[in-house]
Design a protein around this ligand. Structure first.
Ligand SMILES: *Cc1c(COP(=O)(O)O)cnc(C)c1O
Length: 360
């Protein structure tokens, strides 16, 4: 059996070495006679697995000691609500930047809990660039500023970290966390659903500065209070133990690859090649402004949309999987997360050239 090249936007490819480790551990984890799924989350074996995962993530991102690392449930989508519940802290409103579908969803949800000030939006350009920072209508009294560093559907990535003084910066890093080194100290809160660049679905990682905890909106469920999660080591209730364990294996794999600086180099090379193949061939197009092209999610269209189905069918025959674009934008999308090897990108580029010769 050989593994296909999987360009899925999420749940996304996992490193083969991680899957093999999980397979070896599946029935009998380290001689304990049971799998990780069958362990008490409060037993010393699972607590060790959980603590090691947190430590490895802290090492990879050089997370400062005054930040809590939480392993929660409900995906990034529940964070759209949990963030205002926890971070409004008596303030009237929060600032949001709108650069695509995921920021729109975060904004809609936040409106249920307080005022939302959309400081900039690129909707008029169909979400193809990041509005220039000079144009943002920032509120110096905002509870926080929320943005989406990488818009997974439109393939738009920020090429800067906004600098907003004392207003806590909140970022949805679901599709680009761990793709390059990051200065966590610039943020109040970072969150990421695991199923893109961390591990399997079922867990969301929240990294939050500890002075922001403990001032939830009245009526906030206990389970949605970050301070409760922090006090209980993310085990106020039963956590998704197997997703946590697999995420930990991915963190160890990233360390073995040389950490995030090494990943950043490979990721930049993978994206550069694919964008060059699109730009150099009139059969393919990508609408995103060059400085804001995502390294993780590369949407592209064919010269004739009637060929989309043929393109996808031929790709699948070559075991290049999940290249259909999101239903809201159409066309194609190749997601190039950490676990997608450079050989996958090379195979895709070769297929694209061949396809355009035969159909262009
Ligand atoms: C996938 C994604 C989400 C939604 O994640 P869920 O875990 O399914 O809720 C939110 N934001 C971004 C940027 C994403 O890529």
């Amino acid at each position: 059996m050989t593994r296909a090249f999987n360009f899925c936007a999420g749940p996304a490819a996992l490193p083969e070495a991680v899957l093999q480790q999980a397979q070896a551990d599946l029935v009998d984890w380290q001689g304990r006679g049971c799998s990780v799924m069958e362990m008490s989350h409060r037993g010393k074996d699972f607590v060790a697995i959980a603590e090691q995962a947190e430590q490895d993530l802290r090492d990879l991102l050089a997370i400062p000691a005054n930040y809590k690392v939480l392993f929660l449930q409900g995906g990034a989508s529940l964070q759209f609500a949990q963030i205002p519940m926890n971070l409004l802290r008596g303030k009237a409103s929060a600032d949001y930047v709108c650069t695509g579908v995921w920021s729109e969803k975060a904004i809609e949800e936040a409106r249920k809990f307080g005022g939302v000030n959309v400081v900039a939006t690129d909707v008029a350009n169909n979400f193809t660039r990041v509005p220039s920072f000079d144009s943002w209508q920032l509120d110096p009294h905002a509870a926080y500023l929320h943005y989406t560093p990488n818009e997974t559907i439109h393939g738009v990535e920020f090429d800067f970290i906004p600098s907003v003084g004392d207003v806590p910066l909140v970022a949805d890093f679901s599709s680009s966390i761990l793709s390059e080194p990051l200065d966590v100290s610039k943020f109040g809160l970072i969150y990421a659903g695991a199923q893109k660049n961390i591990g399997p679905a079922g867990i969301v990682v929240v990294i939050v500065r500890d002075d922001l905890l403990g001032q939830v909106l009245p009526g906030t469920p206990t389970l949605l209070d970050y301070a409760v999660a922090a006090r209980n080591g993310s085990m106020y209730n039963t956590p998704p133990t197997y997703s946590w364990y697999l995420s930990g294996l991915v963190f160890q794999w990233l360390k073995q690859q040389g950490g995030l600086a090494a990943m950043a180099e490979t990721n930049a090379r993978k994206a550069r090649k694919l964008y060059a193949a699109i730009d150099d061939n009139p059969f393919y197009a990508n609408p995103v402004a060059v400085p804001n092209r995502s390294r993780m999610n590369v949407p592209f269209t064919l010269a004739d949309a009637r060929l989309d189905k043929t393109f996808l069918a031929e790709a699948e025959q070559l075991r290049l999987l999940n290249l259909a674009g999101h239903r809201s934008v159409g066309g194609m999308r190749a997601s190039l997360y950490n676990a997608v090897p450079e050989a996958a990108v090379d195979a895709l580029i070769a297929f694209m050239a061949d396809f355009s010769r035969r159909h262009g």
